[in-house]
Design a protein around this ligand. Structure first.
Ligand code: ADP
Length: 448
């Protein structure tokens, strides 16, 4: 097992990884920008190294500084966390070339799944159902027309290198197609320096359902059930729950099995998530995330498995000790992402937290680096806390979530807590009846 792990990230996720290391008796090295000197992940780590000024490109994305920090502190392995370098195949390769272990999958798998066109081709070969669309990239307007005609309008034009919902354009009919194709290509080129696009059938009312897997690269693969992440605003997830209120036991079993078979065939190692759109009882692969995800704690809550510990163990070459039959799914879990943002306008709200009190009690988990007196810097993602609540039933989970949100005090800055309070009082949410468009509608209804 590793003796020392460098955590190449910040905020609540750095803290999350630190906690797993601590429990395993592994020392931690925090890296931080000058804006994060007082951050909790830096305070709690055994050692810390400043890797640059506030902008991410000069610090948390500064590969040379991170590798130097690992060298001078004598770390054995590097955990990339979520975001920043977590899905950068070149970084994963460089970590290995410098003699450290990358806590994640093989660089080739990161690269394969990082390009949407190759990912979709791979998914198809691995036996996963995909959204009907073009075979690979679209090379001409004529090819786009022909494909759109065969799959039927409306169609979505997506960037091969896309991410975060950027570079997607809808064409409702043949007249709109050439214009939207041009715009999508131009946006893809500007955002990702890659103008490859592909075509997909546009699904009107799907849910976003993703399956969590764990694999050791030695033939042992298990799934930890699904998460429903349909509550999104501008393609950003706000609330996630597990299990999905939309699936029955058969569907759960079928999709879990399909994903396990696919991941096994791929020869994948580490934690990963296979994302689907789900509509009218059918699953359609959209992408695979080759890393830990922000919403991983809800899967931990319903299975009792520590995903980060397992990630570290398999990276160290230990075989997965868990078999599918060892995984018992218990109760229901919901995560609320609490952002330093105005709950109505979503304007970022960095600043000093004057008072802080986290909720507790049975079934309540808060992953956050906040404390009274801490200043949320303006340079990074606005996620400041995750409230994860577990109950024996979905109803119990909702009751507990309501009281936990009431208890939560974050003063001095605006947060999305009031929005979550409003959301969990809504009947559609209470009944689990929502698709990926629902939250935008709710926001325009309630916040005009
Ligand atoms: P990104 O990597 O940009 O997040 P995804 O392919 O994961 O791109 O899609 C992001 C979101 O876009 C999905 O969660 C869903 O809300 C929407 N989306 C993607 N593909 C389709 C589709 N074919 N039809 C309808 N909505 C889609």
């Amino acid at each position: 097992m590793f003796e020392k792990i460098l955590i190449a990230n910040r905020g609540e996720i750095a803290l999350r990884i630190h906690r797993a290391c601590r429990e395993m008796g592994i020392e931690t090295v925090a890296v931080h920008s000058t804006a994060d000197e007082d951050a909790m992940h830096v305070r709690l780590a055994d050692e810390s190294v400043c890797i640059g000024p506030p902008p991410s490109r000069d610090s948390y994305l500064n590969v040379a500084a991170i590798l130097s920090a690992a060298t001078i502190t004598g770390a054995d392995a590097i955990h990339p966390g979520v975001g920043f370098l977590a899905e950068n195949a070149d970084f994963a390769a460089m970590v290995a070339e410098h003699g450290f272990v990358f806590i994640g999958p093989e660089p080739a798998h990161i690269a394969l799944m990082g390009d949407k066109v190759t990912a979709k081709e791979a998914a198809q070969e691995l036996g996963l159902p995909v959204v009907p669309g073009s075979d690979g990239a679209i090379n001409s307007e004529a090819q786009a027309r022909e494909t759109a005609l065969s799959i039927g309008y409306p169609v979505l034009i997506k960037a091969a290198a896309g991410g975060g919902g950027r570079g997607m354009k809808i064409a409702h009919n043949a007249e709109q197609l050439p214009g939207q194709l041009k715009t999508a290509r131009a946006e893809a080129k500007a955002s990702f320096a890659n103008d490859q696009v592909y075509l997909e059938k546009f699904l009107a009312t799907p849910r976003h359902i993703e399956v969590q897997v764990l694999a050791d690269g030695k033939g042992n693969v298990i799934h930890l059930g699904e998460r429903d992440c349909s509550l999104q605003r501008r393609f950003q997830k706000l609330v996630e729950e597990a299990p999905s209120p939309a699936l029955n036991a058969d569907e759960r079993d079928t999709v879990g099995r399909l994903v396990v078979e696919a991941v096994e065939k791929l020869g994948y190692r580490s934690a990963g998530t296979v994302e689907f759109l789900y509509e009218n009882g059918e699953f359609y692969f959209i992408e695979m995330n080759t890393r830990l995800q922000v919403e991983h704690p809800i899967s931990e809550a319903i299975t009792g498995v520590d995903l980060v510990r397992e990630q570290i163990r398999v990276a160290a070459g230990v075989s997965l000790g868990l078999r599918q039959q060892d995984i018992a799914f218990t109760g229901h879990a919901i995560e609320c992402r609490i952002n330093a943002e105005d709950p109505f306008t979503f304007t970022p709200s960095p600043g000093t937290v004057s008072d802080y009190h986290a909720p507790g009690g049975l079934g309540v988990r808060v992953d956050s680096g906040l404390y009274a007196g801490y200043t949320v810097p303006p340079h990074y993602d606005s996620l400041i806390a995750k409230l994860i609540v577990h109950g024996q039933t979905r109803n119990e989970c909702l009751m507990r979530l309501r009281r936990a949100l009431e208890e939560f005090v974050i003063d001095g800055i605006a947060t999305t807590i009031p929005l979550h309070q409003q959301l969990i009082g809504d009947n559609d949410f209470i009944n689990g009846e929502y698709d990926i468009n629902w939250l935008e509608g709710f926001l325009s209804r309630t916040q005009g």
